[in-house]
Design a protein around this ligand. Sequence first.
Ligand SMILES: O=C(O)C1=C[C@@H](OP(=O)(O)O)[C@@H](O)[C@H](O)C1
Ligand SMILES: C=C(OP(=O)(O)O)C(=O)O
Length: 438
Amino acid sequence: MAQNPADTALWPAPHASGAVDATVHVPGSKSVTNRALVLAALASEPGWLRRPLRSRDTLLMAGALREMGVGIEEGVGPDGTGEAWRVLPAGLRGPATVDVGNAGTVMRFLPPVAALADGPIRFDGDPRSYERPLNGVIDALRVLGARIDDDGRGALPLTVHGGGALDGGPVEIDASSSSQFVSALLLSGPRFNQGVEVRHIGSTLPSMPHIRMTVDMLRAVGAQVDTPESGGERNVWRVTPGALLGRDLTIEPDLSNAQPFLAAALVTGGKVLIPDWPSRTTQPGDRLREIFTEMGGSCELTDYGLVFTGSGTIHGIDVDLGDVGELTPGIAAVAALADSPSTLRGVAHLRLHETDRLAALTKEINELGGDVIETADGLHIRPRPLHGGIFHTYEDHRMATAGAIIGLAVEGVQIENVATTAKTLPDFPELWTGMLGA
Ligand SMILES: O=C(O)C1=C[C@@H](OP(=O)(O)O)[C@@H](O)[C@H](O)C1
Ligand SMILES: C=C(OP(=O)(O)O)C(=O)O
């Protein structure tokens, strides 16, 4: 496919001349925004999303729901402050075409919504979206009563022939390649005639905090959900059929997108405050408090937010990231700058993320002089003195931010297509230079 000029543009990653000392307001969570949009669209009354993330992934989600008939209006929240989206649920209908881009949340969460619509909904997206696993959602929806035309690969592109309602009921899936299969079925489950009972039969299940986020957000809009943690069977989630409430929800900052800024404090021996860091959250990025502390920093959760301080020393780490896979690129970048080796485990499924993240991190860090070895389920990283060069990003937002972290400590790093951060953090270059006081 021909690349547009932005794809090949090089961004000189700023080199830090000293310790950072900054407050960084991180925009809303992608995962929370896209769940909130789906739940508000399926509700029986209007709802509000305050401080939603506006990035490629969330604008694709909003656009897709609008295509199916949902009203999403710009506005200020009910208390008159802050920008907000007002979501007006409506009878879902086709024919419609949904562009999923390369958003896992859009390609997985919306086919079950489309099965509830009246009419055909066609799903298409970026070339990479054809390679990302979707079989868990497609096969499950067929068992639950949906009619879907695909090319037999269990992936995009496809058409869901919505019948206006779906039977629902029990279904077995193997979600070892993506937790989003489970989340997708649970989110629409209250609107299926019999609800849904999802039984995961695979060997591993990544990203459990994201499944907890789905369950918590379902409960917050009035759904009844039984989970393994609430006394149910292991690997079984059950959603009772019922109407969903329209709520007024303020979206938390995206803690995974806070990662590069926290890493900057760690790498430069500086200090970063992230305002509005939630005291309780299901976001996987909250694990950074523990992981980056083990790697040499310290943190304090105050009334204003999270204050993270680097010590000037970075230690290697041996850690299973299966629950928090999306943090891997940023942790790998910091690990490449540490004083001892690191082993990152439990993330084989990252080979099917925005790009093959294990291959991409290995190649790009090694091309700067690093020593990274890909293992069966992760990376082994032995720090070595790095040098400048081009850091390719493979249309992966987290590769771009990982390269920027390395650039803080290594002169002459150029990030290819930093604009790819628009997937979840369109303002990244400005926030980054702002943090550095440039
Ligand atoms: O449900 C979600 O919002 C997400 C779940 C995870 O997906 P996988 O389980 O496919 O890794 C995560 O990596 C992704 O960034 C967001
Ligand atoms: C894996 C990710 O995204 P997606 O929602 O497209 O799966 C990610 O953001 O790291």
